[in-house]
Design a protein around this ligand. Structure first.
Ligand code: 23J
Ligand code: MN
Length: 262
């Protein structure tokens, strides 16, 4: 089929509703949970602040507008390779230099929601990915791998979303070996429903924060705080997630979308 025909078919499918657009982003505002790192390991990102410039008033009689205080790594967001020390030297690793082709790609969705409900510290292993591939087909180069945990349902409350106690945060994520395996399969990125791409326990892994350390070392990307992965098929969705073109940016909030067959 010609590529013009493919796009024509897509346009018709979007208009008829036989391809649907799913919103994978969480609401972005002052209530959006932000990661809370222990102060001994580093500084933290502030919550979102919305500053009014005018509200159809003396400061601007016919218009309303705001300016934002907004961390790059806030809410549903994209991690660029230069976010991590292991990926800092890639010339195309900043938000303004990543090839735009990377922002539209197929998605593989691994559903481990039952496991995460039973164990907040659930870790996705290589064996578990291999079992998923047996059932749904091999993970091919160029796509995203997204871990469905239904964790997004906690997103309305910082306490349940971050889920921290005296021992630190408890949230699901990948093992270091799982990330190494996915890189060997040629994926372009790893996405999760949790506050960051790594598990709550990832600071104690080897290497620490493997989704960050290893993915970015390989010039691959991350997506955090994704929502509605429960509305996606295991294979067959197309993910659209483009960071703002921040100059030298390390990441960016995104409106992440999925195209899915109805
Ligand atoms: C900085 C340090 C550790 C982590 C993170 C940021 C994130 O999760 C992030 O948003 O990239 S784990
Ligand atoms: Mn991030």
């Amino acid at each position: 089929m010609s590529s013009a025909r493919t796009l024509d078919d897509l346009a018709s499918a979007l208009l008829s509703g036989s391809v649907r657009v799913i919103d994978l982003s969480a609401p972005l505002g002052p209530e959006t949970p932000v990661i809370q790192l222990p102060p001994q390991i580093g500084k933290n990102t502030p919550p979102v602040k919305v500053h009014s410039i005018s509200r159809y008033d003396a400061d601007g009689p016919y218009w309303a507008w705001n300016w934002l205080e907004l961390g790059e790594h806030t809410g549903t967001h994209f991690d660029a390779p230069r976010h991590w020390i292991s990926g800092k030297d890639y010339p195309d690793g900043a938000t303004d230099r990543i090839p735009v082709k990377s922002f539209v790609a197929p998605a593989n969705v691994i559903d481990r929601s039952k496991e995460a409900a039973a164990n907040a510290d659930y870790l996705l292993t290589v064996d578990s990915i291999r079992a998923w591939e047996k059932e749904h087909g091999e993970i091919e180069p160029g796509g995203w791998v997204l871990l469905r945990t239904d964790w997004y349902k906690r997103n309305g409350s910082s306490d349940t979303f971050l889920n921290a106690d005296a021992n630190g945060p408890h949230s699901p994520g990948p093992t270091a070996e799982a990330i190494t395996y996915l890189i060997s399969k040629g994926v372009i990125g790893w996405g999760s429903e949790t506050v960051g791409t790594d598990a709550g326990s990832a600071g104690r892994m080897n290497p620490p924060f493997p989704a960050h350390t290893l993915m970015h070392q390989a010039n691959r990307y991350g997506l955090a705080s994704l929502c509605h992965l429960d509305q996606l098929p295991a294979k067959g969705a197309v993910l659209i997630a483009a960071p703002l073109k921040f100059v030298e940016g390390t990441g960016s909030p995104v409106r992440a979308l999925a195209l899915v067959p109805n």
